[in-house]
Write a protein that binds this ligand. Structure first.
Ligand SMILES: [Zn+2]
Length: 268
């Protein structure tokens, strides 16, 4: 199990090349870049990637994963065919650029279930629409992680079904602990996600809203979760802290607290 930090722990999104030295300086081992840390479709994209790659090489910080955005123009599962194809092309570029940065994972949000659509129909549509992206990921040797959402029917089980349907080593489920807590519950999500889970977004909340709190600040029962990442578990992926950092906690202190947490000693 690898511990990593989403760039949200810094606060406002800044260009990746500027965040890397700050996060490396604090001793963080690996990071996940928020989509907003790269301006993806601007003419200077290759320069941005070069700068970010230079910063990573200079500091030795690992860019483990990239969180792709999900706004309407990037809706790779849009029921409208034309929009869908356009978005798939754009997302394909994001996957290739993330591979150029040396990332191992690209996190994708699924589109929303359509009105009147059955769960099985939703799984089939997501499966069909993610298939070309999985081919790109296989070519680029990068893994896609399909994230469970905090909406009633876009839960972990359907994401695991999509992953099983595609049956590619390059498609896993990103289990978001906070989203699962609001939705089906973390314990259930772990059961139904099972071995499809290859990436984890770690944060806490009150079970009602997606607060992105540090573990222990909400009411998730972490005892259900710890065995999943513990020494006995087969989980090989990363646990990415995707929480807002209180101003009173420095990045280095945050890392200390997280090391305690993943080793089962609470939040320090
Ligand atoms: Zn997440």
């Amino acid at each position: 199990m690898k511990l990593a930090y989403h760039t949200t722990v810094i606060g406002e999104p800044q260009p990746l090349a500027e965040l890397v030295p700050v996060m490396a300086e604090a001793g963080l081992p690996a990071i996940e870049a928020a989509s907003a840390t790269v301006r993806w479709f601007k003419p200077d994209i290759e320069e941005q990637l070069d700068r970010a790659r230079d910063a990573l090489a200079l500091t030795g910080l690992e860019l483990y994963s990239v969180h792709a955005t999900f706004d309407e123009e990037l809706d790779w599962s849009n029921p409208d065919e034309e929009n869908c194809e356009l978005a798939q092309g754009m997302m394909g570029s994001v996957i290739e650029w993330s591979a150029e940065l040396g990332a191992r994972i690209v996190v994708l949000h699924p589109g929303r279930i359509a009105e009147g659509e059955t769960d099985a129909g939703y799984v089939e549509r997501l499966g069909n629409n993610i298939a070309p992206l999985v081919i790109t990921a296989e070519t680029e040797k990068i893994t896609l992680a399909l994230e469970n959402m905090p909406y009633e029917r876009e839960h972990t089980e359907v994401m695991a079904q999509v992953a099983r349907l595609l049956a590619s080593e390059r498609l896993v489920v990103c289990l978001d602990t906070g989203h699962a807590h609001i939705n089906e519950g973390l314990r259930r999500a772990l059961e139904v996600g099972g071995e499809q889970i290859g990436h984890i977004h770690l944060h806490d909340n009150d079970g009602k809203s997606d607060q992105h709190l540090l573990p222990g600040e909400g009411n998730i029962n972490w005892r259900d979760f710890m065995p999943f990442i513990g020494p006995e578990s087969e989980f090989q992926g990363a646990v990415v802290l995707e929480a807002h950092r209180p101003e009173s906690v420095s990045l280095a202190e945050l890392h200390e607290k997280m090391c305690d947490f993943v080793e089962g000693r609470g939040m320090g």
